[in-house]
Design a protein around this ligand. Sequence first.
Ligand SMILES: Cc1cc2nc3c(=O)[nH]c(=O)nc-3n(C[C@H](O)[C@H](O)[C@H](O)COP(=O)(O)O)c2cc1C
Length: 434
Amino acid sequence: MSVSLRDPITLGTLTLRNRLYRAPVLEGAGSAPNPAAVYARHFVPNIEAGLALVIQGNTIVNLEGRTSPGMSVIGDRERMLALKPLTDAVHRAGGRIITQLGHGGSFSLESWHRDYVAVRTSPPFAPSPLPLWIRSLHRGGVHVMSTREVEELVRRFGIVAAWAREAGYDGVQLAGSNAKLLHQFLSPVHNRRKDRYGGDATARTTLLREIREAIAREAGADYPVLLKYTAVEGTPVRQRRGITLEDGVLTARIAEQVGFAALTPVHADVVPNTSICRGQFPRGALRRKGIKHRLLSATGRRTRNLTLAAGLWLSTRRTPFEPVWNRAIFGAVKQAVNIPVFAVGGIRTAQEANAILADGQADMIGIGRPFYAEPDLARRLLNESDPNHDREAACKSCNQCLIPQMLGMPGVCYSPTVKLSLRHRDAKTGTAAA
Ligand SMILES: Cc1cc2nc3c(=O)[nH]c(=O)nc-3n(C[C@H](O)[C@H](O)[C@H](O)COP(=O)(O)O)c2cc1C
């Protein structure tokens, strides 16, 4: 039987009303006095428009380890429980919410952002010493985690997941992509450890396996744990082999065996750049006075800004936007496992979404950046009678949202062209802008 966007699905103990989810993109709630209200302003309109599931952007399990000041740090139980009004609001609106748990590892703010370098208690965590060509991106090196420290981190994920359950989250997703710490442990470039957390592709999944077990112990075996992970890793240095699709499929099989409820396999480079989201070089944002100034005050030097801009420019050239660019990856993983597979990356139309589902290439459809500009996007994608049903999302993947989110600014659309085009469209079709 052919599956469509409107069909419900069950992930372990969790039932979702349809197949559309908001992929994790930062909301900029950070350390706001009332982060629940900031998140709710983003998510509740999405859910009211019919979206089944929100995956909240990366939330950090330690006091250090953010990659953006806009990320929430869940260093203690109180901070997590402060998000209960958010989960209640999402549930009241008829949807479900899962939070991502992660850590930035060697690319945490403590590695590059002046304010965080100044107050850090130690250099940022890494699985192994950084390869020479990555070292130049860092201020003051990394701290290679001892086996004991990795074990402590495993326990920490378990405890934080238990708090997430208490706060009403319907599950957690491990943030294992975007060159963050869990990705770094999967990567043969970053992880050259000699203990049980390093070795071949199977050994490099040890951290994920142990975290899964710790969450079952602390939060309950029935608590849904999802995984977003780098299944194919790009590296700009040709001689270094990153994670291959074969490794990515192996990780999926292991994840299924140890009880993950669903998988989001993606392509990402070995360093943070636009490979995770593709699209254009964010020239407009880099030229804006306010953003330029904030970036300079964060990096401390014009040359660092230039290096960052050059890295982003190169990655937009190496990994250009293609509609549904992760298709071969999620399609291969779907063939290998029986748990639900989530698609994400450049999905912009209802037709693309329904074709992925109908062809059996994935079970859920994730959309990220387009929700910034169109909070009510789900309404038209899910309803064939909507006058804008067949139109593609207004987001043109210009990535102007990328630099502001690195700096902790609000997670919104920064493109004046997109805003104009939406106004024009709504005037033409007689629909109100959200
Ligand atoms: C501003 C921004 C923030 C993001 N934050 C996260 C995040 O916190 N966790 C994560 O796994 N992916 C994050 N991503 C990646 C998205 O979840 C998604 O994989 C990517 O944007 C491709 O989907 P899209 O083309 O629908 O935007 C982020 C992407 C952008 C552009």
